[in-house]
Ligand binder design. Structure first.
Ligand SMILES: [Zn+2]
Length: 284
């Protein structure tokens, strides 16, 4: 949904609420959550009322919006601003919301990405694998095992998607286990000469190694794809100087998600994602 289409739903609260209910983010109530009576009605101030037990409840009940004190119109606009990668500070300014409110909203979206989109599997064909290190003051790859940095393992299908995961170490067992879990046997895997990739062949993969020094003289044997992702990730993470180690996996999965949806309508995808997360979080 582009900005012009979005304005149809954000011109007033009722329309935004209706949109969120139609999408399945706000719950459709057919009976009373207290007494299961069916004589219910929508009453003032975003509430429902049951005429059997006389109780009332909010329209946000049982949805991810329950704990958010954000008007529905601003909720939708915030998703749009997240799509176009606006910072929390700037989004708060544009929406007239507190910094913490927008921060919580962004965290909700990232948590949804992590929960729903968390483990992409079934990679096949031509695959690139590589590890990189994030964190610390200096950007980019600084050798394996660099102190204070978080090792990340990446798998990229050429012309397709990527999956990245924070790993405890880059030992052979760790990396091979993930390769086995995510990549179809028989796929052709390109890596560099790091010894942890020894053994791919014995697990049923085809394996080609590249020498970083000879990358461009080597015909099709390259891992430019995954290295392209590392620079994309590094560039973007620089914007969040000081992502703490605890939150880092969330930011990493966001980058994976953005990369994998780069040709899609991200707003619509985010709505789908929130619908999925809503079902996971409020499985009633
Ligand atoms: Zn009732």
């Amino acid at each position: 949904m582009n900005l012009v289409e979005l304005t149809q739903y954000t011109s007033n609260e009722e329309l935004a609420e209706e949109y969120l209910r139609d999408q399945g983010i706000l719950k459709k109530f057919h009976d009373c959550p207290y007494c299961q009576g069916t004589r219910i009605n929508r009453v003032r101030r975003a509430k429902y009322k049951c005429y059997s037990c006389n109780r009332e409840w909010g329209v946000r009940r049982g949805s991810i919006l329950e704990g958010l004190r954000v008007p529905f119109t601003k909720f939708l606009m915030a998703i749009k601003l997240f799509e176009i990668d606006t910072s929390v500070r700037e989004a708060a300014k544009q929406l007239g919301l507190a910094y913490n409110t927008v921060y919580n909203l962004h965290s909700l979206i990232r948590t949804a990405i992590f929960a729903v989109n968390g483990s992409t599997t079934s990679f096949s064909g031509k695959i690139e694998m590589d590890e990189s290190y994030f964190g610390g003051r200096r950007k980019g790859k600084r050798g394996r095992g660099a102190a204070g940095k978080v090792p990340v393992f990446g798998i990229l299908e050429r012309g397709g998607k990527v999956t990245v995961e924070v790993v405890s170490d880059v030992h052979s067992e760790t990396l091979l286990e993930l390769a086995i879990k995510k990549v179809k046997r028989g796929s052709l895997i390109y890596t560099d000469k790091f010894r942890s990739y020894n053994g791919l062949v014995s697990y049923g993969f085809k394996h080609r190694r590249i020498d970083h020094g000879k990358k461009f003289a080597n015909g099709k044997v390259y891992i430019n794809g995954i290295e392209g992702f590392w620079s994309f990730a590094n560039e973007r993470l620089l914007k969040y100087h000081g992502v703490d180690a605890e939150k880092f996996p969330l930011y990493l999965k966001e980058l994976e998600y953005r990369y994998n949806h780069r040709d899609r309508d991200l707003f619509d995808d985010l709505i789908q994602l929130l619908i999925g997360y809503n079902q996971v979080a409020y499985n009633e």
